[in-house]
Design a protein around this ligand. Structure first.
Ligand SMILES: Nc1ncnc2c1ncn2[C@@H]1O[C@H](COP(=O)(O)OP(=O)(O)OP(=O)(O)O)[C@@H](O)[C@H]1O
Length: 310
């Protein structure tokens, strides 16, 4: 697979506040991949995206885009020469321009290219509308169309789904993924939201304090986290030994289970129950899709062979 972005030994600190936002980052993304940087607020995600786009100067390191060196000790290509496009959190549409003019803003695309992108982003028939006349989904598609029309090598998405209520967010992220995949474009998505990252990404990098802690598919990260921070960030667990932990869905309630526990709490979440059960004075968190024991009931448990060890 061809590497579209290759980042080597990237370092950046802000003197003001003495904050290290990139601590020797090495990362690469493949052509056609949706790659996500997932991290809490202040972990350095936005600065990373801005360094890739050429909007923030790293202190050290090298950035290659499509095998071209765009940043090093003595090279620093302008944003417009890096062939990247950004979709911002609030879409940054120009309110006084209609859909076509927003898409064409700053672009040399032809009328035919505009027609094509309007078709592919399902905006045909909305060309003369203004941003305030569009739904959230349509606004997102205009922002995507504007980013994609110049055929960037990489599409950078800066938390486009935050500040949107859950129902609309589910619709928008489905559309977003379909659009990105249909254009077969390489995308870097940054978010603090684990669910969005799981939904959208081919691979995810977990970032904290300017460090990339782990890179992998959502399944790899969830089932084989490299440390306690990553394990905790991606899901719940109970400590069951000095260095061992177990996810709640890996504890089964079954008649022939050899661990006896007493149910302390049982919360119904619709398609599953979250149960807290006590064993020898220790609380275990259990997720069950088919059992709903009563509080005070004695249940038998068995641990699946999927223990996390750090
Ligand atoms: N221009 C700047 N000058 C000084 N410090 C900065 C600057 N930009 C960012 N920082 C600091 O760098 C750290 C990382 O910021 P960054 O915006 O990259 O994080 P983030 O993970 O994107 O956070 P959020 O999700 O809140 O946007 C923060 O502590 C922030 O205050």
């Amino acid at each position: 697979m061809k590497k579209i972005v290759d980042i080597r030994n990237l370092k950046k600190s802000f003197c003001k506040g003495n904050v290290c936002v990139a601590n020797n980052i090495n990362l690469s993304f493949n052509e056609g991949e949706i790659f996500t940087i997932l991290g809490t607020s202040g972990s350095g995600k936005t600065t990373f995206l801005r360094m890739l786009a050429g909007l923030e100067k790293p202190d050290e390191g090298e950035i290659f885009i499509d095998e071209q060196l765009v940043f090093s000790n003595n090279i620093n290509l302008e944003p417009r020469d890096r062939e990247v496009a950004i979709v911002f959190q609030n879409y940054a549409l120009l309110p006084h321009l209609d859909v076509s003019s927003n898409i064409l803003f700053g672009s040399n695309a032809s009328k035919k290219e505009l027609e094509d992108i309007l078709e592919k982003t399902k905006l045909k028939g909305h060309e003369t509308k203004y941003p305030h006349e569009l739904s959230g989904g349509q606004q997102q598609r205009v922002a995507l169309a504007r980013a994609i029309i110049n055929k960037p090598k990489i599409l950078l998405l800066d938390e486009p789904l935050s500040n949107i209520d859950t129902e609309l967010r589910n619709i928008l992220r489905t559309e977003l993924k379909e659009m990105i995949k249909s254009f077969n474009i390489t995308a870097l998505f940054i978010t603090h939201d684990k669910e969005d990252a799981f939904f959208l990404s081919d691979r995810i990098a977990i970032m904290f304090g300017g460090d990339v802690l782990q890179v992998g598919t959502s399944k790899e990260l969830y089932h084989n986290p490299s440390n306690l921070y990553c394990a905790n960030f991606l899901g719940k667990f109970t400590k069951i030994g000095d260095n061992s932990y177990i996810r709640p869905e890996n504890i089964k309630i079954c008649e022939n289970g050899n661990i006896k526990a007493i149910v302390k709490e049982n919360i119904f979440y619709g398609n599953f129950n979250e149960i807290i059960a006590e064993v020898n004075g220790q609380d275990l968190l259990i997720t069950s899709f088919d059992r709903s024991p009563n509080i005070g009931e004695t249940i038998n448990l068995s641990f699946e062979d999927k223990v996390l060890n750090f």
